[in-house]
Design a protein around this ligand. Sequence first.
Ligand code: GLC
Length: 747
Amino acid sequence: MKNRIRKIGMIAAVTVAPLGAAAAGVSAADTEARVNELLGRMTLREKVGQLNQLNSAPFDTLSHAILTDGVGSIINETDVATVNRLQRIAVEQTRLGIPLIFGRDVIHGFHTLFPIPLGQASTWNPQLVEEAARVAAVEATARGVRWTFSPMIDIARDARWGRMAESAGEDPVLASRMGVAMVRGYQNGNLADKSSMAACAKHFAGYGFAEAGKDYNTTWIPDQLLEDVVLPPFEAAAKAGAATFMTSFNDINGTPSTANRKLLRDILRERWGFDGVVVSDWDAIYEVITHGVAANKDEATLLAAEAGVDIDMEGHCYIDRMEKLVESGKLSEATVDNLVRNVLRLKFRLGLFDNPYVEERSEYPSYAPAHLAKAAQVAEESVILLKNDGSTLPLGPAVRKIAVIGPMADAPHDQCGTWSLDLQKEHTVTPLAALREMYGDENIIYAPGLEYSRDKRTGRFAEAVEAARKADAVVCFIGEEAVMSGEGHCMADLDLKGAQSALVEALDATGKPLTLVFMAGRPLTVGREIAMADAALYSFHPGTMGGPAIANILSGRANPSGKLPVTMAKMAGQYPMYYASKNTGRPPLVTSQLDSIPLEAVQSSTGCTSYYLDAGTEPLYPFGYGLSYTTFDISAPVLSADEMDAGGAIDVTCTVRNTGSREGAETVQLYLTDPVASLARPLKELKDFHKVRLQPGEEREVKFRITVDDLMFTGADGKKIAEPGEFRVRVGASSDLKGEPAVFRLK
Ligand code: GLC
């Protein structure tokens, strides 16, 4: 057994970035004083009212809820005049004038829609994602939204789960960077700024491990998985100053997150020092009853309040039962006071007491040219080039006439993907529109072939085939309608729906150069269709400006640089599937293909190892994969030392060179392996990455730093440890690593 270095500091309370109070010129101490002074004047009913969030409803209903029940938060109201009318009631007609906070799911943009979060993660460009979140905040706050329920940083490793679309993918390092970027973009380092909105790290926690990829399903999460995979993005968000957290619908090992004291108090408050607001997911407090962990609203209210849920989102438990529970002595008012403090603190930090109203303007910032340009830039960097045989792409000068085919070529609603609540589809620029603009209407032959992704009618195939025959190149846009992914939209089968696959076959039969462009909310199992094509681009629902972005890539005006944030499996049955898997005791040395197995084969003839007879063990494409129109060479890593002591660090240097003929960006990824440890460890783990843009022939040195923290994992006793011994370092352009590792030892 290896000795163990216990990194005590690892679980000490981390310093949480100030939530903007200082930046607003008000010290934390002043804010706290204002909170306690106000709390001291509140009645029990007024306190309970602040712990409730109601959905937008007819004005009189909300007016009554504010005046009679003191409700302190509204979700889904984005009409500015109505926002101000409701706010005026709260501020001017209630005894203490406590302002409302208005929340909305601004998940990947408000009006200007960026790629869905899975697409934003495909950029591997946190700075760009932060800029996108800033645009979203500017547009949303102009409509009175000061709280968004984003970033969603659930780790997702099963594409059957519809909410993978909203995630930053399968890896905690990538998800952490993306989550922090969004927190920074939304909050802008100063919550009191009227263009800032409170971020919400969600869904806390473990939601992405819903059994069998079925939404809301139970999760079984051992400490090692919780601590080393699930929690890191949330810890990063807390450190970055995320103003709020949201509890997840699922139970973890039988305890619903909304009633989970270990999560909400021990980890979130005590260990991370979080002092913001915890809101339940929609109706999740009531659902503690449905889970079978509470017999009624009283028990659900008690469990949630004592676990540390500050606001009941549309569960009608707190508003119905909390006052009586306090009056009966079953719930202490001190517990309620602590919940109310968190809510008041957030409202003070947002500056709502000083500036409760939103400016009613003649013009709003939505769809500003700069916003649309940013959306196009993010969409461009999110597109992943999966295949490009014979340099089919970019479409060369000989390609004059292009056949544009497929149900996603001109789908302004579906191109924007899930959680596009404020979509105005007339603003969406589709690939068809963008290609017509770029090549001229007369050079674009459009024949969708299918009306929508689930369309099974093949009656319009002839028209599509005819269009292909008349063209120099065929581009077929296929994938998923927006409603096929997102909350409650899970799939057991990830093949293309409708007759899309048959459409690809029909186009393949024409023999014309065929490019497939996928637009989907998840990685689909599309190996068969990609095999028929010459080139393939993958775009996780690219948003408002997906058309220009894809047209720029098809034409070569832009060079694709997207990388997969999730593993693309060959078959749905391979999920959950992720690169950071373990070796097992029987890694497959060879895999037998189902059809090659002889009749009456000897039982052990296919090898008793860990793989599927019908799918092997490899993915279709690995995590971190994506091609470019140019080529890059990444040198082997060089270490600054071959030994590290407990407090030390090792620098890793490599060189990346653009060995091709055009400018492009490569994402150099650093992976670490702990080959022998007290627990079986993943074969490799992403520890850092750098996206580097290079001119042809240009090379650049890329530096990484590895510290003991990077070597830590959660041991069998649940404590974070780094064990002395050998560690292996590799760098590459995807998780499919080649070459010998560089080795160092932890003393
Ligand atoms: C939904 C989602 C959550 C969202 C909330 C408010 O059910 O689970 O992500 O923020 O309700 O719409």
